[in-house]
Design a protein around this ligand. Structure first.
Ligand code: SF4
Length: 689
């Protein structure tokens, strides 16, 4: 049985900095320095050395000081010799036939003519040879500057690793595990073995493809969470694309992507739309997109724009760094890439600042028809429901799985349309709270829906008193599945398909208070003018304009806040500001993605101009119209609106002019006659007072 086999690793290398480094290492004895290998042309970088200890029994070639090039030569020679005992493949196979007792790549290399390995004291020695075990050499990467390889051993039971002579460590694992070792000297051998197909065959019934070679990747998830049937994939693609052709929304970026003949302009048009659509609703984006493309129809035009212009156009769209990064990337394409957009998703992500995996995939698939998937919030929701993925959908393991799934599903002939169709489905049908499963074009492929239907059928049969078998709840089993809902949060029948996806609890936004003062004067035509200042060029709302503001410490009393603001204005304007002269307007609440911001709004009418400290931020007087056309945040627009509303109240007779402290201009609940009653309250028999 696989579950009780063992694997022995005998490695002579240092394990410093790895998960298995707990053992002290005796210094290995020196080996003969002569190397019989032919000389290799010098390399620019010093080759890694392969050290052998202890010398494998009957080793044909002492490999101490052999460079990776020499190892490569040796490997080729072993293969070309045609001698099964002399090849890595044979060595690996032999190791497998010995019951998964694998010494190490060096032993496989050094075993040469004997096809054997360094003797080890593993618990399997002397046991009758079980069937071949799969052994795979996993990916390699640089970790913390140290070369490291992962040796992935797909053998169940116990992994016993002799990391140093005479020392061993037992690492239990199930089904498949991964042993990380500092294997710099073994990289060449491991890589060679991997490239040459030196892995032993996977067990019957399991494809090699299923054995993930990524570092830290868990065992492949059960097929319940995958799209493994090619016929189903083809049907899903057809259903989804057919629906998309019939029902897709008419959007300006789609029109441009379909009609623009110039590849760079097309990619640019898609890029702008994808950046704007991040975290923002389609309906909001359309107007911004049209104005943007009208003003900067090409990369070259955008590269020549100033950041101020970009911020002005972006004002109100939120997440202002997106516009800034877009413009920086456009400048880079023009100045460093001769105005030509990178042509693959990989290059887009690598070469353009601010372009992540999703944006790169979207641009490449829509503009260049590269068959690459995309994963955004909508796709996550749809895929999690289609395949009942209930593990935390923001975890890296689940995200990786979803990317694999998206890449497998994407239609090879219409990748851009397929990706857009999947996102469109998530945005219009498979919505977060009340999905329209009845209208869904892929409902017959949806396992979440199937589960709901089974439960409904079971319940209705019970209602009619029919003997019913317990429904197949389609769980993967008890625990262990990396994609099923956690045992602590099992399937909830009342939620139906909205059981999926699930996310870890969101971090509460930070609470912040800021005092803001609307400094106002009469302009030359009697119209009010407001003083605005520019924020720093980095950080939150970088480079945007705002009313003079001061972040407040928590827990200050009203008078303390007012005094702090007066002091701030006085220092800034260089003239006395009396705290009592500041008129309290109200509080404006604005939620940023991670901050619950409250602006405590005051106003201060001025008789004339003020002389501002030249060392402080840029400032200017603007009319109301100019204010709204400037690069100001939505929060500041709310502040001005609150101020104007208060002034209107004051100027209209019969209405109170003083606002009470704590009165909010937004989100304040109303009470009294206008309050809408619940049905229960409405029907309730009134009680005597
Ligand atoms: Fe989403 Fe329902 Fe369609 Fe499943 S059937 S993909 S849950 S809309």
């Amino acid at each position: 049985m696989e579950g009780h086999s063992s694997v022995k690793l005998s490695l002579c290398t240092s394990t410093t900095g790895t998960r298995h480094r707990a053992m002290a290492a005796p210094a290995p004895p020196r080996l003969p320095t002569a190397c019989p290998l032919p000389p290799i042309a010098p390399r620019r970088r010093p080759a890694r050395r392969l050290r052998l200890f202890p010398p494998p029994a009957g080793a044909a070639l002492p490999l101490r000081n052999a460079s990776s090039a020499q190892i490569s030569f040796l490997r080729k020679r072993a293969f070309s010799s045609g001698s099964p005992a002399g090849s890595f493949r044979a060595a690996a196979g032999a190791a497998g036939r010995r019951g998964g007792v694998v010494s190490s790549p060096r032993a496989l290399i050094g075993s040469g003519a004997q096809g054997g390995h360094a003797p080890s004291s593993g618990r399997r020695e002397g046991a009758s040879p079980p069937p071949p075990r799969p052994v795979s050499i996993g990916s390699r990467e640089k970790v913390g500057g140290a070369a490291r390889s992962d040796l992935s051993l797909r053998v169940g039971g116990v992994c016993e690793g002799n990391v140093f002579p005479g020392k061993s460590r037992v690492v239990p694992f199930l089904g498949s595990s991964r042993v990380s070792l500092d294997m710099g000297p073994l990289r060449a051998a491991a890589g060679g073995l991997r490239r040459s197909g030196g892995r032993a065959a996977p067990p019957a019934g399991r494809s090699r493809k299923g054995a993930s070679l990524r570092r830290g990747a868990p065992a492949p998830p059960p097929t319940r969470h995958l799209f493994s049937d090619p016929a189903e994939i083809a049907a899903l693609r057809g259903d989804l694309l057919g629906w998309y052709d019939r029902c897709k929304r008419d959007l300006p970026w789609r029109t441009l992507a379909a009609t623009e003949l110039d590849t760079d302009r097309r990619a640019y048009a898609v890029w702008v739309s994808e950046v704007m659509l991040q975290q923002t609703q389609v309906a909001t984006v359309i107007d911004y997109y049209n104005r943007w493309m009208q003003k900067w129809p090409t990369l070259q035009a955008l590269a020549q724009a100033s950041l101020e212009e970009v911020n002005e156009l972006w004002a109100g769209l939120g997440y202002y760094s997106r516009g800034k990064r877009l413009q920086e990337a456009a400048k880079k394409v023009v100045s460093e890439l001769a105005g030509q957009m990178p042509r693959t998703a990989e290059d887009l992500q690598k070469l353009l600042p601010g372009v992540g995996r999703y944006t790169a995939g979207a641009i490449a698939s829509i503009s260049y028809r590269q068959a690459t998937g995309v994963v955004d919030g909508n796709v996550i929701r749809v895929l999690c429901r289609l395949r009942c993925i209930g593990a935390d959908s923001s975890s890296p393991a689940v995200i990786d799985q979803l990317w694999d799934m998206a890449n497998a599903l994407v239609d090879r002939s219409r990748p851009g349309d397929f990706n857009q169709a999947l996102m469109e489905l998530g945005a219009t049908v498979c919505v977060p709270k009340a999905p329209l499963c009845g209208e869904c074009p892929v409902k017959q492929h949806c396992r979440a829906r199937r589960r709901v239907e089974k439960e409904l059928a079971f319940t209705s049969q019970q209602l009619f008193g029919k003997p019913t078998p317990v429904p197949d709840v389609e769980d993967c089993g008890v625990g262990g599945c990396p994609l099923c809902p956690p045992a602590t949060e099992p399937w909830d029948s009342s939620l139906g398909v909205t059981n999926f996806p699930r996310k870890a609890a969101k971090k509460q936004p930070r609470v912040a208070r800021t005092a803001s003062c609307v400094l106002e004067r009469r302009g030359c035509h009697g119209a009010p003018e407001y003083l605005i200042v520019q924020r720093p060029s980095s950080g939150l709302l970088a480079g945007l304009w705002e009313f003079p503001s001061l972040p407040l410490a928590q827990g200050l009393q009203e008078e303390e806040e007012r005094q702090a603001l007066a002091d701030h204005l006085q220092a800034w304007m260089g003239q006395p500001v009396v705290a009592k002269g500041l008129q309290f307007i109200g509080e404006v609440v604005h939620i940023f993605s991670h901050i619950h911001q409250t602006y405590v709004v005051y106003s201060l009418p001025l008789d004339g101009d003020v002389t501002l400290d030249p060392a402080s931020s840029s400032s200017r007087w603007v009319t109301e119209e100019e204010f709204y056309a400037s690069a100001v945040s939505t929060a500041m627009k709310k502040v001005l609106k609150a101020c104007e509303k208060q002034h209107r109240k004051e100027s209209s007779p019969g209405k109170g002019s003083k606002r009470k402290r704590g009165a909010k201009t937004q989100g304040a609940s109303s009470s009294g006659g206008g309050t809408q009653l619940s049905l229960y309250t409405f029907l309730r028999v009134p009680t005597a007072p």
